[in-house]
Unconditional design. Structure first.
Length: 412
């Protein structure tokens, strides 16, 4: 039976997800978009990319005239029909053949837009993997291997997307370089700090940094020598001299901070720090807060952590953080009732069907009764089956949005 602490944590998490409703955010922004439409004789083109692309496109199309050329690229869980649009699904977090097909479709749509047209770009998290168009000399397999190495390295999202941008014709302003039409972009942020260059690898903004900086980062994380030869050759080549593309009208319409504020409005308090850095260092910091929390107090957090993967297990950053919090609380001898929830607002944490984990004082004992050693599971980065054995998975299904991660810490 669900405890009152778990029910409250789930309600707070749901409030944060609801505040990231992409359709509501698009509706509120469309008046400004429509005020600067196509030239006389021109037409609208709509390109939606990311985990929230379907919901964003449905909302936008209600405001646009008939005859819009519309393409939606999203993940399979959210790839429902969008009346009036072609819908494609790509792989995530590692790009696949669907991602490559989506990338080519985006390039073709951008090339078809003339100077008198107007492109409405709807960008949300996940777009870096969902659509790919590797630079000349790089194969899809090369691009996928780079993504895998970055995901395992412990690099954060900004660092990963810096590298991705320099191996892509779409990212780091690639849409601007390809398209003759002006672009208006509505952007839903899934990254801490809401840096538009990072969200979906910044298709309508300038790159995060230089090609040399991307190469140096790969060396710093120890993956340079394991990169595909073509990737090393491209990143190691001199930076080309290219004219700066004309900028887009970029508008941020949703972010993790908005969801966090909704959780506070629902009766919680904002935590003293953001979710960030390696989960191994973050878990003890969270547990240390329990000693000063009053009975019934709930702290909420937002952001995005990283995991350095050394094992071959199944999990995600939210699930591993939850398991680490449970183990850190046991090691610290925390007494009394408490609960910790950590989940991805998109409803999917890593390559699993779970959004994250939800743990309390009895979670580790439940795992051990089921024959699972939680410490050994952690050593294998195998948080998903461990949490499942303890009845501690947070499963929400696909939410249709994505504004990074949210967490709740409650003292009973």
């Amino acid at each position: 039976m669900e405890s009152e602490l778990e029910a409250r944590a789930r309600e707070l998490f749901a409030a944060g997800v609801a505040a990231a409703d992409p359709a509501r955010a698009v509706d509120a922004a469309m008046a400004a978009v429509l005020a600067d439409g196509p030239a006389p004789g021109g037409r609208w083109h709509l390109l939606a990319l990311g985990k929230a692309a379907g919901a964003m496109a449905r909302a936008a199309l209600r405001h646009l005239p008939e005859g819009v050329a519309a393409l939606v690229v999203t993940n399979p869980e959210n790839a429902g029909p969008v009346p009036g649009a072609e819908v494609l699904a790509g792989g995530h977090p590692v790009p696949d053949a669907g991602s490559a097909a989506a990338g080519q479709a985006i390039l073709a749509r951008l090339a078809a837009a003339g100077p008198g047209d107007r492109v409405l770009a709807l960008i949300s998290g996940g777009g870096s993997a969902l659509a790919v168009a590797p630079v000349a000399g790089l194969s899809l397999e090369d691009k996928a291997e780079v993504s895998r190495l970055l995901l395992l390295s412990g690099a954060d999202i900004t660092q990963m997307n810096l590298v991705r941008q320099h191996l892509s014709r779409l990212k780091g302003g690639g849409w601007l370089r390809t398209c003759a039409a002006p672009i208006s972009a509505l952007i839903l942020s899934d990254v801490p700090g809401d840096d538009l260059r990072v969200i979906a690898s910044g298709p309508t903004v300038a790159p995060i940094g230089s090609r040399a900086a991307a190469a140096d980062l790969c060396r710093a994380f120890g993956i340079w020598d394991r990169l595909p030869v073509a990737a090393r050759a491209h990143l190691g080549a001199p930076e080309p001299a290219v004219a700066a593309p004309v900028g887009a009208q970029n508008r941020l319409i949703g972010a993790n901070a908005i969801s966090l504020a909704a959780m506070v409005a629902a009766g919680a308090e904002a935590g003293p720090f953001v979710l960030g850095g390696d989960v191994a260092a973050l878990a003890p910091r969270l547990v240390a807060l329990l000693g000063d929390m009053a009975p019934g107090q709930a702290l909420v957090f937002g952001g995005e952590t990283v995991v350095r993967v050394t094992g071959d297990g199944l999990g995600g950053r939210n699930q591993e953080l939850a398991l680490r919090v449970a183990l850190a609380a046991e090691a610290a001898g925390v007494a009394g009732r408490w609960l910790f929830l950590s989940g991805g607002t998109d409803g999917r944490d890593g390559p699993t069907e779970a959004a994250g984990g939800i743990v309390g004082p009895g979670s580790l004992a439940a795992m051990r009764r089921a024959g699972v050693d939680p410490q050994a599971a952690l050593a294998r980065n195998d948080s998903n089956p461990a949490l499942a054995a303890g009845g501690a998975l947070l499963v929400t299904g696909a939410t249709g949005t994505n504004v990074a991660d949210l967490a709740v810490l409650i003292r009973g």
